[in-house]
Design a protein around this ligand. Structure first.
Ligand SMILES: Cc1ncc(COP(=O)(O)O)c(C=O)c1O
Length: 394
């Protein structure tokens, strides 16, 4: 086993050296050691990959689909994505030049930011938020400017956006995520329209992370791109709605002028995504069988959401309006104070229920817990019984 030459310790990229292991991961690892714990921590579907997707991957392997695909991804998948965006969200993106298949939504975020940022460039990020946006921005030598939003629903308002733009007129990008991880809240069309009216006066590129778009329980998902097509890039993928996190298929859709630059980063970094994984995603986005499979999972999430949101409210938690994704963002009952880290640690170690402290998602999250309901109804019922008991003794 080689030992690194000691003097190499100072040789690394300073931005990378600053990146700390994610709090969420560390906390999850710590509480996972509690015997028989029920975990509501993980943002990952508990369903098997739909059969139609598995079969497509098997067929691709058997057909020796094993060569470098085009950098933007296989044409079949880009066409399926083009169909998906038109069919579900009435958006028009061409397979050629306006869509790129990425290694999960994660690479889509990275490639978008890398295409935009020069050292020191600012990126506006409303909080509470998915922590990776800030980490990636800083790792790329940019500077994350957080915009704290306010309870109960933490929805970015036009006034909050205007204030951030006025204070940071040189910012390059705004990152939005709706439905939101961690809150489950999403924008209404009117709210998106109001934000678009502010944004169109600026040169901000909006990185619109819509990875949970197929998991909207009331009404349907609307993309900001409907109102702001010229400066929005949509990020999405098969990980959540297709229960395919391990296949690593995401995508970016945007105007050709932006996609050309993002495509350079993407091609240099990854050459092309994996052929069998792309083949698996084709029916998810492009077939009725794939759509039906995602709808079935969505119905199960919805029943779990209804159960958990109701149970938590009965226990004195205040839950942000959970219209989408598979998370509840719950404010601690008034008599439990606002130290979410201590509460979540005790709930895990004494109550055997693992949740994520809200403050790990940035300003505004203090005094909250994020609970994932991407787990079985039986596990949720055990969790509720345990939380009830814990609160009686806490
Ligand atoms: C908001 C958000 N964006 C992106 C991702 C990453 O998605 P993928 O697994 O497709 O890379 C996640 C995963 O938890 C997420 O919650």
């Amino acid at each position: 086993m080689p030992t690194m030459k000691a003097s190499l310790a100072t040789q690394f990229n300073a931005h990378v050296a600053k990146v700390q292991p994610a709090n969420i991961l560390l906390f999850d690892q710590e509480v996972s050691t509690v015997p028989d714990i029920v975990k509501l921590t993980v943002g990952e579907p508990d369903f098997a990959v739909p059969t139609v997707a598995k079969q497509a991957a098997i067929d691709a392997i058997n057909a020796d689909d094993s060569h470098y695909a085009p950098g933007a991804g296989s044409l079949a998948l880009r066409q399926a994505i083009s169909h998906f965006l038109a069919d579900r969200y009435a958006l028009t993106y061409q397979a050629e030049g306006e869509i790129a298949v990425t290694i999960g939504a994660t690479e889509a975020i990275y490639a978008s930011l890398a295409a935009l940022l020069n050292p020191g460039d600012e990126v506006l990020i409303p909080t509470p938020t998915f922590p990776l946006y800030e980490t990636m921005t800083e790792m790329l030598g940019g500077h994350a400017v957080t915009i704290p939003t306010t309870a109960p629903d933490f929805v970015l308002t036009p006034d909050q956006l205007k204030a951030a733009i006025n204070a940071h007129p040189q910012a390059k990008a705004l990152i939005l995520n709706y439905p939101s991880n961690p809150t489950g809240v999403t924008f209404t069309p009117a709210q998106l329209q109001a934000l678009a009216a502010v944004l169109q006066e600026t040169n901000l590129v909006v990185i619109s992370d819509e990875i949970y778009s197929e998991l909207v329980y009331e009404g349907t998902h609307t993309s900001l791109a409907k109102y702001l097509p010229g400066q929005t890039v949509i990020l999405n993928g098969a990980s959540k709605a297709g229960a395919m996190t391990g296949y690593r298929i995401g995508f970016i859709a945007g105007p050709a002028g932006i996609m050309q630059r993002i495509g350079v980063v993407h091609a240099v970094m990854i050459t092309a995504p994996s052929d069998p994984a792309m083949a698996a995603a084709v029916p998810i986005f492009g077939s009725e069988a794939g759509h039906q499979a995602t709808l079935k999972m969505k119905a199960a999430y919805q029943a779990r959401r209804d159960y958990l949101a109701h149970a938590l409210s009965e226990l004195g938690f205040t839950v942000a309006t959970p219209r989408g994704a598979f998370y509840l963002f719950a404010k601690l009952p008034a008599d439990q104070g606002s130290d979410d880290v201590t509460f979540a640690t005790r709930l895990a170690k004494e109550g055997q229920v693992a949740t994520i402290p809200g403050s790990f998602f940035g300003a505004g999250g203090e005094g909250y817990l994020r609970l994932s309901y991407a787990t079985s109804m039986a596990a949720l019922k055990t969790a509720v019984a345990r939380i009830t008991k814990f609160l009686q003794t806490a």
